[in-house]
Design a binder for this molecule. Structure first.
Ligand code: ATP
Length: 235
């Protein structure tokens, strides 16, 4: 597991959750730009175990974890955290953040989300508590706009900040929207491409491509690996 950059002890920790089925260069570039530009101590990738918002997953949790670890192996400041994979039952972000807040009572924690994930936030379990536990950093994603109205428009007004300093000086409670280089890649499209017999080269790191080739985890749509749990949350 790569360690945080030297001298990074008091800087914010970025938390990047996802199904990562598979992890791709859109995820990695976003995490890298946020790590650099927000001066994060680390970006912690948290592959979800049994996600509440997905109909099904294709690669097993262990394999998704292995692909994330392989993808970030050479990048200082990138870390994989397997707590959601190890947890039995449904993964809720609020539970993960509660755990992390217990481990880091004073530290700034930044939950990193793509805009599409942010737009689904009101469907997450106990979503309003998230800002009591962490900041939320939203990365612009192709085709998505920040909402002006509704519950998300309201939290943008009440919690929005344009100052990176706020993310460093407070442990939680701010909403920060940040543009990143837009790479229009999605795991869904990647899986479809692989099923269609095409090569995902340059859309995923070579190490991930190698695991996909060796395990043939997306070669044929064998059907869902995990059934959809009852309630809805999008991470
Ligand atoms: P799927 O197509 O299966 O829904 P995905 O590519 O959206 O997968 P996830 O693992 O569901 O990947 O996403 C994890 C996080 O990464 C979410 O916050 C999502 O918004 C963000 N994200 C996904 N793809 C991109 C991308 N191309 N650029 C920036 N952020 C992304």
């Amino acid at each position: 597991m790569p360690s945080a950059a030297p001298g990074a002890a008091a800087l914010p920790i970025g938390l990047f959750g996802g199904t990562f089925d598979p992890i791709h260069c859109g995820h990695l570039r976003t995490a890298f730009e946020l790590w650099q530009e927000l001066k994060l101590a680390e970006v912690r990738f948290l592959p979800t175990g049994s996600p509440p918002h997905r109909d099904h997953l294709y690669a097993s949790a262990e394999l998704r974890l292995k692909m994330v670890a392989a993808a970030i192996a050479d990048q200082p400041g990138f870390v994989v955290d397997d707590r959601e994979v190890r947890r039995s039952g449904v993964s809720y972000s609020v539970d993960t953040l509660t755990d992390l807040r217990r481990e880091y009572p004073q530290r700034s924690l930044c939950l990193l989300l793509g805009m599409d994930a942010f737009l689904g936030l009101p469907n997450w379990h106990r979503w309003r508590e998230l800002l009591t536990l962490a900041h939320i950093v939203v990365a612009h994603r192709p085709g998505w706009r920040a909402p002006a109205k509704g519950p998300l428009g309201e939290i943008l007004v009440d919690h929005g900040t344009g100052a990176i300093r706020d993310l460093h000086e407070r442990p939680a409670g701010c909403l920060f929207v940040h543009a990143v280089t837009q790479l229009e890649i999605s795991s869904t499209e990647l899986r479809a491409l692989i099923v269609g017999g095409r090569d995902p080269r340059y859309l995923v790191p070579d190490a991930v491509r190698q695991i996909i080739r060796e395990t043939r985890c997306y070669a044929a749509q064998q059907g869902p690996r995990s059934p959809r749990p009852p309630s809805g949350e999008a991470t």
